[in-house]
Design a protein around this ligand. Structure first.
Ligand SMILES: Cc1cc2nc3c(=O)[nH]c(=O)nc-3n(C[C@H](O)[C@H](O)[C@H](O)COP(=O)(O)O)c2cc1C
Length: 174
């Protein structure tokens, strides 16, 4: 660590008080990984922002393929979704290792998505060059499919190795 990095860390210590974040699965080519740091950033054009750790194999795949798919799995599928975050596509074929059935994306040339996904957003991605340990990618949506069921039993990431799904709900009536 350089002196500047050490100073930055002391002045801005990272604290994960912002969790929970909804856990998505990001596919690129035949590889996939859980992704908690994502958000929609525009409706028109429809666009997501993804934060990719520079150590991940998926970073190179997003750069070379220029595409990826963000999908949502139900709470019942959490075990393999999370386990995919403890394996690297650099060393293993995660689909085979975890026994996950994949199908080709509809509008992307190289990317495969889990058959069990309840919603899938197919993206053309562009890196937003900046510093930081995570690389931001903008993902323009080129195809969407899904069902309303996708929001019923989400996988929520609480930080570390902890997860939850929805408990109470409430409809606001203005
Ligand atoms: C619950 C959870 C959430 C994660 N969220 C992110 C994330 O938002 N961004 C990221 O770059 N890595 C995230 N990761 C880490 C990657 O999933 C992990 O490093 C994975 O092994 C990368 O696989 P790859 O080397 O095949 O790309 C997360 C891991 C877990 C378990």
């Amino acid at each position: 660590m350089t002196d500047t990095q050490r100073e930055q860390k002391q002045n801005h210590p990272y604290k994960a008080f912002f969790y929970p974040m909804r856990l998505a699965l990001l596919s690129a080519g035949e590889n996939f990984m859980p992704l908690a740091w994502w958000t929609p950033v525009s409706k028109n054009p429809f666009r997501f922002l993804l934060a990719m750790d520079r150590e991940n194999h998926t970073l190179g795949l997003l750069r070379t393929l220029g595409e990826g798919a963000l999908s949502f799995l139900p709470w019942e599928e959490r075990e393999w979704v999370v386990r995919a975050g403890y394996l690297s596509g650099r060393r293993v074929d995660k689909g085979k290792r975890l026994g996950v059935a994949l199908r080709p994306a509809r509008r992307l040339a190289h990317t495969w998505v889990p058959e069990k996904a309840l919603a899938v957003y197919e993206l053309k991605v562009t890196e937003w060059p900046t510093d930081g340990d995570h690389a931001p990618f903008l993902g323009d949506v080129v195809h969407v499919e899904g069902s309303r069921e996708a929001k019923e039993r989400p996988i929520l990431f609480l930080g570390f190795r902890d997860f939850a799904t929805l408990g109470e709900r409430w409809r606001f009536r203005p």
